[in-house]
Write a protein that binds this ligand. Structure first.
Ligand SMILES: NC(=O)c1ccc[n+]([C@@H]2O[C@H](COP(=O)([O-])OP(=O)(O)OC[C@H]3O[C@@H](n4cnc5c(N)ncnc54)[C@H](O)[C@@H]3O)[C@@H](O)[C@H]2O)c1
Length: 282
């Protein structure tokens, strides 16, 4: 039975929300982060910090080995999350997202941790045509170096499930926010309660081997078929459509290419390719 859980990135937006949620579900939750103050995203939304966050840098394998000892599962949310407004330099993405994720998986293998929930991103599908509905079997078309780091994490998941028998759920998070604030989020939003529930599905589902699912609520305008999440037992309660009549920003609307591709403005940041070629090869 899964009881003791380590949440990485617990001072961040998703990490704090999920740490609180899993504690309420009676798991014994241990939290760690490179910092003990809330991340800018968590701070901006006033998300309360989880209690007793252990300061651990995921780039240091020895520290990760110590903190994962005795855990039944690790919920891995620590890393560099997004463009602000452009993505971080590749050196930082390699260190925090690629080396950091490798260290978490490797420590789980050595310490015989049974399950890993990995925070992937819908941006691994960024250059797909938005008119095409995607599912868990669609191929990767990452729209940034950040997204490539998530492809690495999902490949690592395949290796560690087949070779080392760890059950792994990769959640391709769309937009985790209290509520949708932009038109895009009517398709990509996941409510906090649905995110907590989806992580809990990953911790509990007897059907889990190694799956990739989309981290979205039951949105009427979803671009992704989430059948694999439903197969595992995901029953989202929220639907972004409830907010469709709110005053929402239209951040992508000036950018025709962003509007046509799953990754939105991540795809046009530094773009030198042609939309026609991208679509032809879709
Ligand atoms: N929030 C979303 O909508 C969203 C969408 C897609 C994917 N994700 C993924 O979910 C995860 C959490 O995102 P978030 O929005 O909560 O971001 P966030 O920035 O609020 O949280 C990330 C946390 O990771 C910590 N961290 C970074 N490098 C670390 C290291 N080397 N060691 C330990 N901790 C480290 C940061 O200090 C931060 O507190 C990320 O992996 C992100 O890529 C989030």
């Amino acid at each position: 039975m899964i009881k003791k859980i380590l949440v990485t990135g617990a001072a961040g937006l998703c990490g704090s929300v999920v740490s609180h949620g899993l504690t309420k579900l009676k798991y014994k939750v241990f939290s760690c982060d490179i910092k003990s103050s809330p991340s800018p995203a968590a701070k901006a939304l006033g998300i309360p910090l989880s209690k007793k966050i252990k300061k651990i840098d995921l780039r240091k394998i020895n520290k990760v080995l110590k903190i994962t000892k005795g855990m039944d599962a690790v919920v891995h949310f620590g890393g560099i999350p997004r463009h602000k407004p452009h993505e971080d330099v590749f050196k930082n993405i390699i260190d925090h997202n690629i080396v950091g994720t490798y260290n978490v998986f490797e420590a789980c293998r050595i310490n015989k941790v049974k399950r890993i929930i990995f925070a992937s991103s819908a941006h691994i599908m960024g250059y797909h045509d938005r008119r095409k509905k995607l599912d868990d079997r669609s191929s990767f078309r990452p729209d940034s170096h950040y997204a490539v780091s998530k492809c690495f994490g999902e490949s690592l998941s395949k290796l560690y499930s087949d070779k080392y028998n760890i059950k792994i759920l990769s959640i391709r998070i769309g937009s985790a926010l209290p509520k949708p604030t932009d038109m895009r989020f009517l398709s990509t939003w996941i409510s906090f309660r649905d995110l907590i529930h989806l992580v809990n599905v990953g911790l509990k589902s007897k059907k889990l081997y190694c799956s990739s699912v989309y981290g979205i609520s039951k949105n009427k305008r979803a671009w992704w078929n989430n059948r694999e999440a439903y197969r595992l037992g995901y029953k989202p309660k929220d639907n972004a459509e409830k907010y469709a009549k709110d005053k929402l920003t239209k951040n992508e609307f000036k950018d025709k290419i962003a509007l046509r591709l799953h990754g939105g403005v991540f795809t046009t940041d530094g773009l030198k390719g042609k939309l026609s070629n991208i679509l032809k090869n879709n």
